[in-house]
Ligand binder design. Structure first.
Ligand SMILES: C=CC1=C(C)c2cc3[nH]c(cc4nc(cc5[nH]c(cc1n2)c(C)c5CCC(=O)O)C(CCC(=O)O)=C4C)c(C)c3C=C
Ligand code: FE2
Ligand code: FE2
Length: 367
């Protein structure tokens, strides 16, 4: 008996965003997001109390105000840019993959999107979490939800995940193509790579040796077997790859971590402490890249593009230029196609090795 041909689907996943920049929709979004045990990894009772007594009474109104400053006429920037990417990738992969975007929180939801794709006959899923570096709170949470949804019934489809692409040449090349003219136009005298932070505790939990993370000041200076799943080490690897492509001297760039929440220590150094420090050191025209985001969103446009700029200028800097994210840039669309085809074992035009989570061969100097 013949086995029917599989029908391939590509599921692009990003984090999610509120439906509107108002307190109610933002509260719904934050409730779903911060109820996730992979995001707030404390006892469920503590999480409920933290959420309902401290976060939800005040944060939605404050965050909604921030969203309003960057909201586009078509909607939330994260959704608008992710949709543009979805459309461009769909066009490139027409006839090969049925392509859809889903969001980990909010809409379009993972269950609704998977149901639509399965109704169209998709039997083999390739899942691409749109986060370059692996974090339990982003990529693992997204994949866990996908697997949960896919295995709800008895007819479980094939599911394959594209690995994190923090060091993939196509990702790094695409970001460099976007950044180079912006940095030149701004006549930047320094580049700050500002990544989304995570609690230090999360990073420590990924250290399977139990002895590597934070045991030395330079624990993230190279990717090795011990820290291959360390989010912070992967961020540093991305920064080194970008600095090299952009031809930046060792003194011309810095790494920092933004968007921290709560009082526990998050991975350091913190962006809001690094900015005045750079101004004090004499940096005048700063370019900021946010390479943990592949689409512009609240955290890039408002936190960096508006708030960090104000902070840097107040501290004595002349200008802060936010380098746009990859959004639906043609180089990024091509990179996504390559990531997908490589992970599915299909030949690509000029095969380049996936640097995914592989240890680097030659560690670069400590920073
Ligand atoms: C890049 C990957 C991301 C990781 C890792 C991540 C971890 C993480 N985030 C929070 C708390 C918040 N993040 C918020 C917004 C937000 N976060 C990411 C990505 C990662 N988060 C994106 C793309 C966005 C923007 C969404 C948008 O709508 O534009 C927010 C909401 C905004 C706010 O109120 O500040 C919160 C809250 C935690 C606690 C965490 C790891 C533990
Ligand atoms: Fe976040
Ligand atoms: Fe580390």
């Amino acid at each position: 008996m013949m086995t029917p041909d599989p029908k391939r689907g590509l599921l692009l996943i990003n984090l999610g965003t509120p439906d509107a920049p108002e307190s109610g929709p933002v509260r719904r979004y934050l409730r779903e997001f911060l109820s996730d045990a992979r995001v707030v990894d404390i006892h469920p009772v503590g999480r409920w109390l933290l959420l309902n007594l401290f976060i939800l009474p005040t944060r939605p109104a404050k965050s909604a105000e921030a969203y309003r400053k960057v909201w586009m006429k078509e909607g939330s920037p994260l959704l608008v840019y992710s949709r543009e990417l979805e459309a461009a990738v769909r066009e490139k992969l027409a006839g090969e993959y049925d392509v859809e975007l889903a969001m980990r929180y909010g809409s379009p939801s993972i269950p609704d999107t998977v149901a639509r794709m399965r109704a169209r006959g998709v039997t083999d899923f390739t899942v691409l979490p749109l986060y370059p570096q692996e974090a339990t709170s982003s990529s693992a949470s997204s994949l866990a939800r996908v697997y949960e949804v896919m295995t709800e019934g008895w007819d479980v489809p094939n599911v394959r995940a594209v690995p994190a692409f923090h060091g993939h040449p196509s990702f790094l090349d695409a970001f460099s193509v976007v950044a180079r003219p912006v940095i030149a136009e701004a006549r930047a005298d320094h580049v700050l790579f500002s990544f989304h932070g995570v609690p230090e505790r999360h990073v420590r939990k990924t250290d399977t040796s139990g002895q590597h993370c934070f045991a030395s000041a330079g624990c993230c200076d190279a990717l090795t077997d011990a820290n291959r799943h360390c989010y912070r080490a992967q961020c540093f690897a991305t920064a080194r790859g970008l600095a090299e492509r952009l031809g930046l001297p060792a003194s011309g760039w810095t790494v920092s971590f933004q968007s921290r929440l709560g009082r526990t220590p998050w991975v350091k150094p913190y962006t809001d402490l690094v900015l005045p420090e750079l101004a004090k050191q004499g940096v005048k025209r700063l370019a900021v890249m946010c390479p943990s985001f592949v689409a512009d969103c609240l955290e890039t446009l408002e936190e960096v593009g508006l708030r960090a700029r104000e902070q840097f200028v107040e501290a004595g800097g002349e200008s802060l230029t936010l380098v746009p994210s990859l959004n639906a840039h043609p180089a990024w669309v091509d990179a996504v196609v390559r990531l997908v085809r490589e992970s599915d074992g299909a030949p690509t035009a000029a095969a380049s090795p996936s640097a995914g989570a592989r240890p680097e061969r030659e560690p670069t100097p400590a920073r």
